[in-house]
Design a protein around this ligand. Structure first.
Ligand SMILES: [Zn+2]
Length: 415
């Protein structure tokens, strides 16, 4: 599973990625790996399930210590398996031009944090399929190794458990890990967005139709249908129905329903994010910009600008305008660079960033172009300019407000 960039960050000269909540494991191949605290729950559940049920059943003659060590080793290797899956996404993604800086191992698997979405359906397809393929390959490798380590076993067709009891801890561990990885790979291949299989489906539809938004809608709808299937199956199990492969029982059933609920939410959210991105791409920046800002004359004293502007208003950048024409911008950073003793003697025109060096927008450019430029330049606001005149200022907060309040929010629409 992967998530796109969070655009909502604000403040500071440059936008920083949000800090993950968890334990940093370090860097692997240039990718920062973090363990989300929620994964400790999975670790504990696996260790408990193995030491309390599976291993004593497979090996009735094993002592308590042997069971516990094997169970904890298996739980740790499960985390490594999830890491391999996510690293496969990240490394293949990087080869295909999608920058991945961070991976979070998370309760339902992992998340590779992308800097934006893949630009082409080929990149999306290659990156999405890499994770499940890595899991399937790892699963097969575990089974082959288990077979080699265990060597020939006398299998009694009347009592297959007896053969299983002969194999050692390492082969037992691999024999458990192999199918687990294969299930991990297959589960992620279910073609419902945002599972990897859903991304594969979306990439194929995107390649066929060229319409990313409609493809996301279809893949997310399949994702929600699958989520409902999991929830229904989970409740059926909780009510005592025996489901092939999953069995029955309240705990297993509720767990399955919880995964379904999580997936359904993720499917809906990823579609909404896509819709917002789509709208921002067609939304002119003139609709989101704000108008309640002050301008200054080129010969305004810096001291006055500090006293009447920066110290008392929340505005962080002042357009420098003379005869209605934009000359440049003075921002807090320009004032800070200038020594305090020079504030009374210097003028706005002395310290402003002149028009030639400004990154401005035209009113018809899109809000998503504004977001991209804000992030790329590490600035807090952009001026919207038409034929040398300032029409407004646009910040991340303006765009965020628009996203929260929705398209019906602007009463200026009728203007
Ligand atoms: Zn994946």
């Amino acid at each position: 599973m992967r998530s796109g960039r969070n655009h909502a960050s604000s403040g500071g000269a440059a936008s920083r990625p949000e800090r993950p909540n968890g334990m940093r494991l370090g860097r692997i191949a240039g990718v920062e790996v973090t363990l989300d605290w929620s994964l400790l729950i999975i670790f504990a559940l696996i260790a408990m399930a193995l030491s309390g049920g599976v291993l004593p059943r497979w090996h009735p003659d094993w002592g308590q210590a042997k069971v516990l060590v094997t169970a904890f080793a298996a739980a740790a290797l499960f985390l490594v398996s999830v890491l391999v899956h996510e690293l496969a996404h990240a490394l293949v993604g990087r080869r295909l031009g999608v920058e991945i800086r961070r991976i979070t191992l998370f309760v339902f698997g992992g998340m590779a944090h992308m800097e934006g979405e893949p630009k082409t359906w080929q990149a999306e397809l290659g990156m999405a399929i890499a994770g499940p393929l890595a899991s399937l390959a790892l699963g097969l490798l575990c089974l082959i190794l288990a077979g080699i380590i265990a060597g020939p076993i006398d299998l009694d067709p009347q009592d297959p458990g007896k053969g299983l009891a002969q194999i050692g801890p390492l082969a037992t561990l691999l024999l458990w890990l192999g199918p687990v990885n294969i299930v991990l790979g297959l589960f992620n291949l279910v073609p419902g967005f945002p599972l990897d299989g859903g991304r594969v489906l979306r990439a194929v539809l995107w390649g066929l139709t060229g319409d990313l938004t409609r493809s996301t809608l279809t893949a997310a709808a399949v994702g929600q249908a699958f989520a409902w299937l999991l929830i229904a199956t989970g409740f059926a199990m909780a009510l005592g129905v025996r489901v092939p492969f999953f069995g029955s029982g309240a705990i297993g059933g509720l767990w399955l329903a919880l995964i379904g609920w999580f997936l359904g939410n993720a499917a809906r959210q990823s579609y909404q994010v896509r819709l917002i991105e789509d709208r921002l791409a067609t939304l002119p920046v003139s609709r989101v910009m704000h108008h309640d800002y002050r301008v200054v004359e080129p010969d305004a004293r810096v001291q006055d600008l500090v006293d009447d502007g920066f110290l008392v208003l929340s505005q962080r950048a002042y357009p420098v305008v003379s005869d209605g024409e934009l000359r440049g911008v003075v921002c807090l950073e320009d004032v800070r660079r200038l020594g305090r003793d020079q504030w009374p003697s210097r003028r706005a025109a002395d310290i402003m960033t002149p028009l030639e060096r400004l990154h401005t927008m035209t009113p018809s450019q899109s809000a998503s172009a504004a977001l991209a430029l804000l992030a790329e330049r590490g600035v807090n606001q952009l001026l919207v300019v038409e034929r040398g005149r300032v029409l407004g200022l646009v910040t991340r907060e303006d765009i965020l407000k628009w996203m929260v309040l929705g398209p019906g929010a602007s009463s200026r629409e009728a203007d």
